[in-house]
Design a protein around this ligand. Sequence first.
Ligand SMILES: [Zn+2]
Ligand SMILES: [Zn+2]
Length: 440
Amino acid sequence: MNSSGDGNGGNMTKKAKKKGGSKKNKKMTVEQSLAAKYVSEWAFLDSNSASTSSSVDDFGVQRSHNKFADRVVFELHSHSTRSDGVLSPTALVERAHRNGVKVLALTDHDTMSGIHEALEASHKFGIKIIPGVEISTIFSPRGESEAEEPVHILAYYSSCGPTRFEELENCLENIRDGRYLRAKNMVSKLNNLKIPLKWENVVRIAGNGVAPGRLHVARAMVEVGHVENLKQAFDRYLYDGGPAYSTGNELLAEETVELICRTGGVAALAHPWSLKNPVAVIRRLKDAGLHGMEVYRSDGKLAVFSDLADTYDLLKLGGSDFHGRRSRDESDLGSVNLPVQAVHEFLRFSRPIWCSAIKDTLQRFAEEPSDSNLERIVKFGKIKYLKVGSTLNCGKDLLDLCLSSWLTNEERETIDVEVLGLKLSQTVINQRGIQVSVMS
Ligand SMILES: [Zn+2]
Ligand SMILES: [Zn+2]
């Protein structure tokens, strides 16, 4: 479980403890408390009690017991049953809450299908959800003799999600289709190796509607007793470039970064420590527009990658990559101790990107108030407000509804609310759809 107190609490691993030291971290610097204020204000934007009870506005005054001076736990990397995680999005949110997480990014492999459910659950627990996805890509070294390698790229979006959802979704769908192909290839390679694994078993293990991955193939192998455990399946057959390894329809890593940038997301390289040639990957992806990379893990900050992030001017991020596998070496949700400055930089960098993505999406609706453009705004579940029998008098209410948890008043003012509001006030939305009144 997670310690909610001062960052370097008692349940850290020995390694991190030795490095962290405890004295100097007990007191926050002015800079840290300002960062903490910024972070907690955003995290608790929609909970009224949070802003009124906050008293961190005395610059520089140390308030060790102010709950907002404490760490607001961000979990930026997690998986649910919508990809290869064990918990449903609802159960994942519940567990995050139990572990003290206040902001959770759900980053399933190649799908955003769990975001809606996670958002629904998050209302109950007062958690903020960052809509995310972890995209499977391939890095191809240019002309060198080195082999291609799989690279995972995390994308973080605003409450309205990707601006060109269809474009992203098409790519993700293509990758997911490729996963079926890839899993089938793996099974047939195994069959050729005289391991009579059945395709049906792999599909059953993956579960309804889930594209089977390497892990599901490995589980099927354990189930029938071809190997003793998952590790053996990977070590002997399924490792990158192994005898039963196969690739799918992944995009090139650079193309993926460009796609994320184009759709209003923040792009971060996941677990660079698992790469064979991290420097080459980071250099090329930075050129393509990469914003950040993971450097924090539950066992502390990795100095090598932190230095690389500095060299290439990338945001320093991290998350548990929680799958719920119950293996001893898996980190729990919320166990990564992201320093408040790292979260602060992440938000300061991401919010303008998210803000303009939201603006784009709203603008499209204002210009053409169709059901499909409304769907783009509310695709992650805000539409439920319309289902309780109420009618929104004008589209402007919708704007407030969607943005109150995501943008501050000032940020909302920067979205030309005047213009947008005027256009949206001509629009009436009810369960039957959208009605536009005549402009005067
Ligand atoms: Zn990954
Ligand atoms: Zn992951």
